[in-house]
Design a protein around this ligand. Structure first.
Ligand code: SAM
Ligand code: SF4
Length: 355
């Protein structure tokens, strides 16, 4: 079911390359030669849902407000990273729409020269009222998480009765064509998602959304993940293809997490994000910033490098750049999900990292 680990082809380079080889100028690059161009910024660790693959039903203390980056701190860090070659920024969380004055932050970040894409990942609960202000502020792309189209199942997975709110939110986004594409992301879980594969495929054909299935990763706060619960993207793709033939989209960026397909008859598009069964670490161009300003070079990093602490201690941009370069240089080769005892879970769960 779950694929073999990818080979450690580049491992030797870690020791072979002394940190003296680390560039002190030019684009952000890691010791394996990967260019870093994509940044996920968590705006808050708080959430109004409690998805069972992400948060515990209760508990999980929030970060103290004073430890969370202000808009000016976010803009300073993102601005510096854009100057160092980051091209795409996605705002996430926790639930980023809980951050008061979110449109003001979008407008602030939208002014950064050289930023090619600014997007938002949200659970959609507040989109009905926020889609207009977000579009006016300059948001151009959105990802909405939606794991089921059935009311009772939605309540079971998010522990909130809110499917209607998310669907209304999506409809509202459709009224603002400057936000495009609209991607709907469903975490696929065995014994949960199978019965809805065709419903989601029909949804992708009926609505102007790209529906993407994400494999369940061991980042749930409850620590209940096991490999048997992973419904692979390939299993889902086959079911859809047998129902209506799919054609692979040509020319996708190799660093793209999603393998996208269109239907042969030209109506609708679906995608598969398969980090467990088909890891894409060798082409990974992503780094992450937690809500408290920790730079993470992998979803599965065991530690972060604080950028907020040096900022608050008066660091210059030049100081920060060297901290960033050193952290990025040490970016992990790959995750170890498929390696049994070698896999060590990070001590932060998905909502605390910023997925
Ligand atoms: N609250 C927002 C949302 O749900 O879209 C943004 C943050 S959420 C952590 C970002 C994405 O991570 C969502 O698409 C969510 O479904 C996904 N996610 C959370 N936990 C996951 C897990 N254990 N495995 C795979 N995806 C997960
Ligand atoms: Fe909240 Fe998103 Fe995590 Fe669900 S996946 S609990 S909406 S942060």
């Amino acid at each position: 079911m779950v694929a073999e680990p990818i080979p450690l082809v580049n491992l030797g380079r870690l020791s072979a390359l002394a940190s003296a080889d680390m560039p002190t100028s030019g684009p952000l690059i890691d010791s394996f030669g990967r260019l870093l161009e994509d940044l996920r910024v968590s705006l808050t660790d708080r959430c109004n849902f409690r998805c069972l693959y992400c948060m515990p039903e209760e508990g999980l203390p929030w970060l103290p407000a004073a430890n969370v980056m202000t808009f000016d701190e976010i803009t300073r860090i993102v601005g510096l990273l854009v100057r160092l070659g980051i091209r795409e920024v996605r705002l996430t969380g926790g639930e980023p729409t809980l951050r008061p004055r979110l449109p003001a932050l979008i407008a602030q970040l939208g002014k950064l020269p050289a930023l090619e894409s600014l997007s938002l990942t949200t659970n959609g609960y507040l989109l009905k009222q926020l889609a207009g202000p977000l579009a006016d502020a300059g948001l151009t792309r959105i990802n909405v998480s939606l794991d089921t189209l059935v009311t009772e199942k939605f309540e079971k997975i998010t522990r909130r009765d809110a499917l209607h709110k998310v669907l209304e939110g999506l409809e509202e986004v459709e009224r603002h064509p400057s936000i495009w594409p609209i991607k709907v992301n469903a975490v696929a879980m065995r014994d949960f998602t199978e019965e809805e594969i065709i419903s989601f495929a029909e949804f992708a054909r009926r609505k102007p959304y790209i529906v993407r299935f994400i494999e369940f990763m061991p980042l749930d706060a409850d620590g209940n993940w096991n490999a048997e619960q992973v419904l692979t993207g390939e299993e889902i793709r086959r079911v859809i293809h047998d129902w209506k033939p799919l054609v692979r989209v040509e020319g996708q960026n190799p660093s793209s997490t999603s393998r996208d397909y269109v239907f042969q008859d030209g109506i609708g598009r679906v995608g598969f994000i398969n980090p467990v069964s088909e890891p894409f670490c060798s082409a990974c161009n992503r780094i992450r910033l937690t809500a408290d300003g920790g730079l993470r070079t992998c979803l599965f990093s065991l530690e972060d490098t604080s950028l907020l602490a040096p900022i608050r201690a008066g660091a210059t941009d030049e100081d920060l750049e060297q901290v960033i370069r050193a952290a990025v240089w040490r970016k992990e080769l790959k995750h170890h999900i498929n390696e049994g005892a070698f896999f060590v879970r990070p001590n932060r769960s998905m909502s605390q990292i910023g997925g």
